[in-house]
Structures are given as structure tokens and as C-alpha cells.
Design a binder for this molecule. Structure first.
Ligand code: PMP
Length: 357
């Protein structure tokens, strides 16, 4: 099977193999990873390694802490404003897709939200470039890659000019391309695309922005508690963290972020060049904003869409159906998707277009 699912998504074969072995015998303990205590040296070293791999892969400085937290990226939609925004203060949000708008909806529960940029007017098919962020904003929230619509901010350094802390939801493109991760005061990402298995969230946070809100924070919602407890405040999702550690190790062994960025660019170039050469298929997004992770496209003829969907099934191409809010197709090309999978799907697209076009 060639797995183009948007998340949970494909992981490296080596990770599947090693995780399977650990289910039977974890680190020669004679125990399964599913039954081992989280406060054992064997698991503590997994958590430590996962955190230090993120630190290394992102070149983080001493101000930034790495956490693996429960609750998926959606929990971060509320945890971020809870920790960073007082009732009467303003946070700036960019509304560039389904998850961006969910994030700002949650933030409104804790303070004032100013939507400083939106692409809702054109069903989120582009990214707004010219906008202003008030200097009084406690932070600016951006979604680096919009998983459903297939747009991606190309220049993540463009947000620095506003001189306010930048919070980024990088759920669907974290560690897929090089950037200065230290420029962000908070990064969060559900693990189930580029980092590992579902059930855990990667959070990278600048310690200096914490402890500045007046409200009383529930312990599990307080980032400081997680930092002080080495991301082991309570029972972590042990197996999910283990899979993250293996996936991060795989990324490091394969050249880290710069090498995976090259591969991701090669996959995206091959895919979009093919798409643009076949009039039967139509990309839905402004070319300059196209995501290297999620390519979204449709056909004019809905009957043909159904036929292409069936053809994908026959060829073992899994997970290409578009999200219900866009329709058509979405091909996700996360870090672990081999170039070969993109070669296969583009050949199928060419053959289909030849026969039908
Ligand atoms: N943000 C983005 C950009 C996403 O793609 C997703 C889920 N695919 C989420 C947030 C929500 O993540 P979760 O399902 O882990 O809560």
C-alpha cells in the first residue's frame, strides 16, 4: 500500500518494525512497552532521548523547553491562551483554515482575539501577505501548514517583523523544512504526521513567556508544571512517546531537517509538475502558497472523480480522498512518505488522464 493519508499517516518502515519488537520485549526488559512503568530507567531514557532529539534537530537554545503532552493539537488551542493571555489582553490570530479558526475560537474564551489576516473570503485557497499586528498583542498565532486546504507559509521568518511573540501550530509540517525554530516562543504539533504516533503532542516553548497571566491554572494545563517535571507530570502516553523517539531517531540518521527538506521539495516538485501538466486535474490553491505536505486538487467532472478514486483503490493508493470541506483529492507527502510513492501516484494520474482526457 502507498499511504497518502493526512494523519495519522505513514511512518518509516524501520519504526514499525522496531515498535513491533518493543511490544513483545522492550529494550531487553522481558516486558512489553505497553506494560512497563513510566518511572523506570528504561522508559525515562526514552522520554529523555525524544526530548533531546527534538532539541538537536531544531537546534534549540537554552531558553526553549521540549514537552510531550496529551490531548492532541486541539488541546493546545485552549492551553496556549490559558497560559499566555489575560482576560483584557489582545492576541492576534491568522484565520487561514479549519484548524486556524478552531484555534481562535478557543482563544476567545480567555481574552480578546483580533483576526489580523484571513483568507476565508476565497475558501482558504491562498495566504494573506500584507497585514498588520498591533504592538500590544500578547502574541501572534499562525498555522504554518493548513492541512485541509493545502496552503503553507513559505517564509516563516516574515512574522518576526511584528515584534510580538510568535506561536505556531506546526502540526502538519513540523520538522519538514529548515527554519530558525528559536524565533518562535511556542510551537505545537500533534505527533501523528511528521513526529510519530497519534496520542501525543510536541510542544516547544520559550520559558521566558510563562508565568505572566493572572488566572489560576489547573495543574495539567500549566506549562510550567510540565517543564518543572521533565514532561513527566503524570503518566505520559508511553507507547506514543516511544514511537516519536524512534521516528526522530530515524530523521536524525537520515540527515536531519535539511536532508528531509530536500526530499520533501523533490516530492512536491514532482507532484505539482505532474498536476500542472494534466488539464484533467486542477489544483485548488494559489501556486505560490502550495503546501509541500498536502496537495489538494479536484476535477470538473464528478463522475471522473469517482472513477479516479476507484482507480487509486485498485492501485493500492490509500488516503487520497479530499476533506469533505474541499472535496476532490488530497495527497499528503509527509516526511516518511518515500519518493517512490509519489512516482507511483503521478504515473497513475498520467495514465488515467491519457485514457480519459
Ligand atoms: N492543527 C492542524 C494544522 C492539524 O492538521 C490538526 C489535525 N490534523 C490539528 C491542529 C488538530 O490535531 P488533533 O487532532 O491532534 O487535535
Amino acid at each position: 500500500m502507498y499511504n497518502f493519508n493526512a494523519g495519522p499517516s505513514t511512518l518509516p518502515k524501520e519504526v514499525f518494525e522496531e515498535a513491533s519488537r518493543a511490544i513483545l520485549n522492550f529494550s531487553n526488559t522481558g516486558l512489553s512497552i505497553l506494560e512497563v512503568g513510566h518511572r523506570t530507567p528504561a522508559f525515562e531514557s526514552v522520554m529523555d532521548e525524544a526530548r533531546s532529539l527534538v532539541r538537536e534537530l531544531m537546534n534549540l537554545d537554552g531558553d526553549h523547553e521540549v514537552l510531550f503532552l496529551h490531548g492532541g493539537a486541539s488541546t493546545q488551542f485552549m492551553q496556549v491562551p490559558m497560559n499566555l493571555l489575560n482576560d483584557k489582553e489582545v492576541a492576534a490570530y491568522t484565520d487561514t483554515g479549519v484548524f486556524a479558526s478552531k484555534a481562535l475560537k478557543e482563544a476567545k474564551l480567555f481574552g480578546h482575539v483580533e483576526v489580523v489576516a484571513s483568507s476565508k473570503d476565497k475558501n482558504y485557497t491562498y495566504l494573506p501577505k500584507e497585514f498588520h499586528v498591533p504592538a500590544t498583542a500578547k502574541y501572534l498565532h499562525v498555522t504554518s501548514n493548513n492541512t485541509i486546504y493545502g496552503t503553507q507559509w513559505k517564509d516563516m521568518s516574515m512574522f518576526e517583523k511584528f515584534n510580538v511573540p510568535v506561536v505556531a501550530d506546526m502540526s502538519s509540517d513540523v520538522l519538514s523544512r529548515d527554519m530558525d525554530f528559536n524565533k518562535f516562543d511556542l510551537i505545537y504539533a500533534g505527533a501523528q504526521k511528521n513526529v510519530g504516533a497519534a496520542g501525543v503532542n510536541l510542544v516547544v516553548i520559550n520559558k521566558n513567556i510563562l508565568g505572566k497571566v493572572d488566572r489560576v491554572l489547573p495543574t495539567m494545563m500549566d506549562y510550567r508544571q510540565h517543564v518543572d517535571n521533565g514532561s513527566m507530570l503524570n503518566t505520559p502516553p508511553v507507547f506514543a512517546v516511544y514511537v516519536c523517539m524512534l521516528t526522530l531517531k530515524w530523521l536524525k540518521e537520515n540527515g536531519g531537517v535539511p536532508a528531509i527538506e530536500k526530499l520533501n521539495n523533490a516530492k512536491a516538485t514532482l507532484f505539482y509538475d505532474t498536476l500542472d501538466s494534466l488539464p484533467l486535474f486542477k489544483g485548488t490553491v494559489e501556486k505560490e502558497d502550495r503546501s509541500t505536505m498536502n496537495a489538494v486538487f479536484v476535477m470538473d467532472n464528478k463522475e471522473l472523480e469517482k472513477e479516479f478514486q476507484d482507480r487509486c483503490k485498485q492501485e493500492g493508493l490509500y488516503g487520497v480522498k479530499g476533506h469533505r470541506s474541499v472535496g476532490g483529492f488530497r495527497v499528503s507527502m509527509y516526511n516518511a512518505l518515500p519518493l517512490e510513492s509519489v512516482v507511483v501516484i503521478t504515473e497513475v494520474m498520467k495514465d488515467f488522464a491519457n485514457k480519459k482526457g
